[in-house]
Design a protein around this ligand. Structure first.
Ligand code: PA5
Length: 333
């Protein structure tokens, strides 16, 4: 699986060359809603944070079988992202979106979502098949941005798109950072992944990579919210572990994070930092995701587990297939 991550530079370039089928204008949209789950939705989480700091239109992400009527109306553009194209939550959310707005797009490699997109002549990008969703992050991210841009919604400047690709080129630096992070985290039992709101989606991505590739639990804590709850939870804690703090590029956020690092150390935690590269948020997110992906695969190897397989997710998906009629009948369209 390591080779997939080491190929991200090529994947990102490839994604920019994909054709957008059936483009149409989403220009009248007042908001974008991304629907998806897991390794596909995280591309939406990242786009939301990045676009909400640089773009001119708010982006929200919704991860469930249903979508609230207040969130999706006829002035909302909806993007459904599913690597497999067969994730039930995403399919049902797409079906609801189609009843409420004519601005709906799809990014998938295969499956029911692509069938719907073709049948309804929705804007879509078919990405390459044969990967696992989490290893396709730059493809899903760049294909999503490209689809929206072809539909008149530009969320990220070209210079940032290019910088995001460039940081993926230097795989040797990412590899050496990942070796350090892997050897640090592999001895943790329940590592804390700490970040500020601006890097919330990266903290979640690091956690998800540890969960899915390394088969390891992890906990995310986000500042400043953590100072209103999580911090108290450690006051009388009987356990301490290892924390990974995702660095911020904002000066006052660094002060908050170092305050928390000292606090955790006083309670017996070991603390280290995930350093990011690049100027733009997009580049920093991609670099951090690459290091986390490589580190999680390395931990998997050390623990003797297979990073590619996710048996529990498959079990859950079987349950959902069996429950589909019941889920459909309780959804308000
Ligand atoms: O990374 C993974 O394999 C999962 O988190 C999947 O992304 C998740 O189960 C949703 O599937 P898909 O990405 O195919 O919609």
């Amino acid at each position: 699986m390591e080779e997939l991550y080491l190929n991200w530079y090529n994947f990102a370039n490839e994604a920019l060359r994909y054709e957008v089928e059936n483009p149409r204008s989403f220009g009248k949209a007042h908001r974008i809603v991304v629907v998806g789950m897991g390794g596909s939705a995280i591309a939406g989480d990242m786009i939301a944070i990045i676009a909400n700091s640089t773009g001119s239109i708010p982006v929200f992400v919704w991860k469930d079988f249903y979508t609230p009527k207040t969130l999706i109306d006829d002035s909302t553009a909806v993007l459904a992202i599913s690597y497999s194209g067969n994730t039930r939550e995403t399919i049902l959310s797409l079906e609801q979106a189609l009843r409420r707005t004519d601005m709906v797009g799809v990014v998938a490699s295969n499956g029911k979502l692509l069938e719907i997109a073709k049948e309804k002549r929705l804007p879509y990008i078919q990405v390459r098949r044969g990967l696992v969703p989490r290893a396709a992050l730059p493809i899903l991210l760049y294909a999503s941005l490209a689809l929206l841009e072809a539909c008149d919604v530009k969320l990220v400047e070209k210079s940032d798109v290019n910088e995001g690709i460039e940081v993926l080129r230097d795989v040797e630096t990412a590899k050496s950072d990942s070796i350090y992070i892997a050897s640090y985290l592999q001895r943790a039992r329940l590592p804390l992944i700490v970040a500020t709101t601006r890097y919330n989606a990266l903290a979640t991505r690091v956690k998800n990579e540890l969960n899915e590739n390394a088969k390891m639990p992890a906990k995310v804590e986000i500042a400043p919210e953590l100072f209103h709850n999580d911090i108290v939870g450690w006051e009388a804690a009987v356990v301490s572990d290892r924390a990974l703090i995702i660095e911020s590029d904002i000066e006052y956020e660094r002060a908050l994070l170092s305050f928390y690092a000292e606090y955790l150390q006083e309670r017996g935690f070991e603390v280290t930092e995930l350093k990011l590269r690049g100027r733009s948020l997009l580049a920093r997110y991609l670099y951090g995701s690459l290091v986390a992906g490589l580190a999680s695969v390395r931990i998997a190897k050390m623990r003797g587990v297979d990073p590619m397989t996710t048996h529990s997710i498959s079990k859950y998906k079987n349950l959902v297939t069996a429950l589909e009629d019941r889920v459909r009948s309780s959804i308000e369209y």
